[in-house]
Design a binder for this molecule. Structure first.
Ligand SMILES: Cc1cc2nc3c(=O)[nH]c(=O)nc-3n(C[C@H](O)[C@H](O)[C@H](O)COP(=O)(O)OP(=O)(O)OC[C@H]3O[C@@H](n4cnc5c(N)ncnc54)[C@H](O)[C@@H]3O)c2cc1C
Length: 453
């Protein structure tokens, strides 16, 4: 029998639901799962406006862990289908295949030449950097890997728009499986038009036939046991091991699993020591603004999403939910989204960006006339992208070490303060549960990971 006492889990996104499920499955019933919203799911939610449905920007499922695959099969029978990615890049006025580096064909010839020469020069420098001294910045990693041309025409402008910070201030700690590599035969083949769409970890993905990605979190919510909704943690006293909620409710714990963003968790702790407060002040992130449009036409030619590196377009990516799942809009219509990141150094003027976005969509050909807009909504995702700058590793280590010593396990994409996927969230929850139960934990799937697109 487990000697573990009361466990409080904060946040009923995929990580929190997974933690509660695996604790209960492991025989531990003294678990309370609290969620501040009226429904579970966190970012894995779908909004419905009239006849159109939108996720919190593109959320596409990849599974590689057998136990998680088994759960999804058991809990979501027949819900998901495998979709082969149809992604493009829009730059220099043309749409080319993704990934850029292995699909240069279609770009202006001068661009293709510059990219190839840069790539060949980068290969000639292979081996100059010692194997035990990786590129010191994300920018340098790009230049080493693909050369100056591909860096200049896609990798640097696109990633700068997405992360919202200069890439010279970022490390490479987050990458692992998320950045596709570019072998020389593929770069040359792609430059002469031998198209290869199949690269990268996301060449195909799983997506619900109907209901949007929220189907996944709804199915999970139905199987994880009780969830206390509308309970927002407002104060944590680590000495008393007690959480107070905004509605006056309180819960004592022996162990606390938090899936809140690490910054917000620190802000709730009333007795945070100075060095942890300093570390918390060094954590940086970028938020995402998204424009959701339900259109009475579909001009997207079946594309699932398009990467837009040029600064003259205010968004880094645009996508079409109803091309992934036709149930998301009426036949012949489209449910589209765009994404832009913002932060303190790159503030958002939502009105101006909205107008520039409409203009950009028209220039891209996805919108012909504003009379086609049946639904228009704006969405914000705070702290969507954790920034891996040079403070990240030391600051997160300081915070986690102190929290662990107080019996608090902060986990999940935002709890760990990393870049990771929906499956990682489920794995993180399982790992946290097993750690508390004293069961040998399976290794963290990513520890850090990155954009999933
Ligand atoms: C723009 C974007 C695109 C993405 N695309 C993909 C993709 O294509 N594929 C993929 O696999 N992953 C994708 N992800 C990642 C995926 O969304 C996350 O990995 C996953 O949803 C994290 O789940 P979580 O439970 O850790 O966090 P969250 O989903 O953030 O859940 C945390 C929960 O805590 C609750 N909460 C917050 N504060 C409190 C409080 N004070 N008290 C109580 N509850 C509280 C929140 O309401 C929320 O329900 C994407 C993420 C972003 C930002």
């Amino acid at each position: 029998m487990s000697e573990l006492g009361d466990v409080v889990v904060l946040g009923a996104g995929l990580t929190g639901m997974s933690a509660a499920y695996f604790l209960r499955k492991g025989g531990h019933d003294r678990v309370e799962l609290f969620e501040k919203e009226a429904s579970a799911g966190g970012l894995v939610r779908t909004l419905t406006f009239g006849d159109y449905q939108f996720d919190y920007t593109g959320h596409f499922l990849h599974l590689r862990d057998d136990e998680i695959k088994g759960l999804v099969e058991q809990w979501c029978p027949g819900d998901f289908e495998r979709v082969v990615r149809d992604a493009r890049i829009h730059s220099n006025g043309v749409f080319t295949h993704y990934p850029f580096q292995t699909n240069l064909h279609g770009q202006p010839l001068e661009v293709v030449k510059e990219c190839l020469l840069g790539y060949i020069a980068a290969r000639a420098r292979d081996g100059e950097r010692p194997a035990d001294a990786p590129a010191p910045t994300f920018e340098q990693w790009i230049l080493d890997g693909v050369g100056e041309g591909i860096a200049k025409h896609f990798m640097i402008p696109y990633n700068t728009k997405l992360w919202g910070v200069p890439l010279s201030t970022m490390t490479t700690d987050w990458m692992n499986r998320f950045m596709p590599q570019a072998p020389i035969d593929k770069v040359i083949s792609g430059a002469i038009g031998l198209t290869d769409d199949g690269a990268g970890y996301n060449a195909s993905f799983l997506y619900p036939r109907r209901g949007g990605i929220q189907t996944l979190s709804e199915r999970f919510a139905a199987h994880v046991g009780p969830i206390e909704l509308n309970r927002e943690a407002a104060r944590i006293d680590t000495r008393a091991r007690r959480v107070e909620f905004a509605d006056g409710h309180a819960a004592g714990y022996e162990r606390l699993i938090s899936t809140l963003p690490l910054t917000r968790l620190c802000d709730l702790v009333v007795d945070l020591p100075a060095e942890v407060r300093d570390a918390r002040a060094r954590l940086r992130s970028s938020s995402v603004w998204s424009l959701l449009l339900g259109l009475t036409a579909n001009h997207t030619e079946g594309r699932h999403w398009v990467y837009v590196p040029e600064e003259s377009y205010p968004f880094y990516r645009a996508g079409c939910f109803s091309n992934v799942s036709p149930s998301m809009a009426p036949p012949g219509h489209s449910a589209i989204w765009v994404e832009r990141s913002y932060n303190d150094d790159r503030p958002l003027d939502a009105d101006a960006i909205r107008d520039a976005t409409i203009d950009g969509l028209k220039r891209m050909g996805w919108l012909h006339d504003e009379s086609e807009i049946a639904v228009e909504q704006q969405l914000r995702i705070p702290e969507a992208y954790v920034v891996y700058d040079h403070n990240h590793a030391a600051a997160t280590a300081t915070i986690h070490a102190w929290l662990n010593a107080q019996g608090i396990l902060s986990t999940g994409r935002y709890g760990q303060w990393n870049y990771s996927s929906m499956e990682d969230a489920i794995i993180d929850g399982r790992r946290a549960a097993r750690e508390l139960l004293g069961v040998a934990a399976t290794p963290n799937s990513t520890a850090a990971g990155a954009d999933l697109k």
